[in-house]
Ligand binder design. Structure first.
Ligand SMILES: *[C@@H]1O[C@H](CO)[C@@H](O)[C@H](O)[C@H]1NC(C)=O
Length: 201
């Protein structure tokens, strides 16, 4: 997803007409320095469903009221899975501040019992062997180190970290790139279903 400042909804269309019941709501990133990037409180509000589509994040202060504030979110409005995106090739640029914010969001999500996954992106940019051949993902020591680092930085179990290669220069879809994305997507759907089922118990 982009680093847009706006809270943006993405639906996946399913022909003919209509779209899947899966929906992605994208926030602004943390932008690597204090006073910039999305406010942690806004992410917590979004988790609870208080933030409406199109809201322009203000790094200086969190949303409290107004047109983009939903005072009474339904279960549908709430987040069912928290997915944190972590670029593998940029992990050394992560500051203590970013990590602190990500951990804080994670803790808030845990308190709400929201399942959490991490997408480790740009894996090819982080590891030359993977760039050479995408099928080296599960063999690459370099990538394993990135996964371990990401898992311990964010305090998230290894089996919750998913590997993704971003499309950039490719002009056509590629099955190997797709396969990685689908593994992650399937897990998102599955833990999201578990979350909803547990609520109904
Ligand atoms: C995601 O976006 C949709 C459509 O704008 C909205 O109905 C839903 O409440 C949003 N979900 C969250 C968790 O903000």
């Amino acid at each position: 997803f982009g680093s847009f400042r706006m809270y943006t909804t993405y639906k996946i269309s399913n022909h003919p007409g209509g779209s899947y019941s899966l929906m992605f709501n994208d926030t602004m990133g943390f932008e690597r320095s204090a006073g910039h990037g999305v406010h942690v409180e806004d992410i917590k509000l979004a988790l609870k469903g208080h933030v409406k589509d199109g809201y322009k994040f203000n790094p200086k202060e969190p949303l409290t009221e107004g047109d983009f504030y939903n005072p009474s979110p339904t279960l549908d409005d709430r987040v069912h899975v928290l997915v944190s995106v972590f670029p593998a090739d940029k992990s050394s640029e992560m500051t203590g501040e970013d990590v602190k914010k990500m951990r804080e969001v994670r803790r808030a999500a845990s308190e709400m019992r929201i399942p959490q996954l991490v997408l480790l992106t740009r894996i090819d940019e982080a590891c030359p062997k993977v760039k050479e051949n995408i099928n080296n993902v599960y063999k690459s020591k370099c990538l394993k180190e990135h996964v371990d680092k990401c898992s311990s930085l964010l305090g998230i179990p290894l089996n919750c970290v998913f590997l993704v290669k971003n499309y950039h220069s490719e002009t056509k879809v590629n099955d190997d790139i797709h396969a990685l994305i689908l593994v992650a997507l399937r897990q998102m759907v599955s833990v999201g279903e578990d979350f909803l089922n547990d609520l109904q118990d």
